[in-house]
Design a protein around this ligand. Sequence first.
Ligand SMILES: Cc1cc2nc3c(=O)[nH]c(=O)nc-3n(C[C@H](O)[C@H](O)[C@H](O)COP(=O)(O)O)c2cc1C
Length: 135
Amino acid sequence: MPADRLRQITYSSRAADDVDADAILQVSRHNNALDGITGILVIEGQAITQVLEGPGESVAAAFIRIARDPRHSEVTLLSDREIEERDFGYWSMELADRLRLEPEQRRRLARRLAELPEALRRSFDFGPGSATAGV
Ligand SMILES: Cc1cc2nc3c(=O)[nH]c(=O)nc-3n(C[C@H](O)[C@H](O)[C@H](O)COP(=O)(O)O)c2cc1C
């Protein structure tokens, strides 16, 4: 994959008990801003889904670091593809349950999630009152 192309990786995993999402986000935002990575992190109970997008080598390196992190397990690659433009370009890494999405971002997230396997989509639970309600 040419270095100037954007790569987007989506994976799921299972959080360890008592994971501190704020600590993860703080480090993620710092690193991702330096690495040109954007994306979204969804944590629903123990079910984690994350989309990472940016320069191919940066995304690959981040995914390798993340996959080794003992704060989660069962890291499963769901999709790995080249993209023309970012779906989550506004965020160095945003936590889904804090999102107040603009219609355009909502559309992009819905499109991305529509491509995910059914079992995974259910983990997002868009029902009323869910952490991602309104997405
Ligand atoms: C669910 C989850 C998501 C993470 N997302 C990112 C991320 O987007 N970017 C990042 O740099 N680190 C992320 N991390 C943290 C990395 O695993 C790692 O701790 C961090 O990049 C620092 O790596 P280092 O200790 O090798 O410097 C995430 C960790 C977890 C458990």
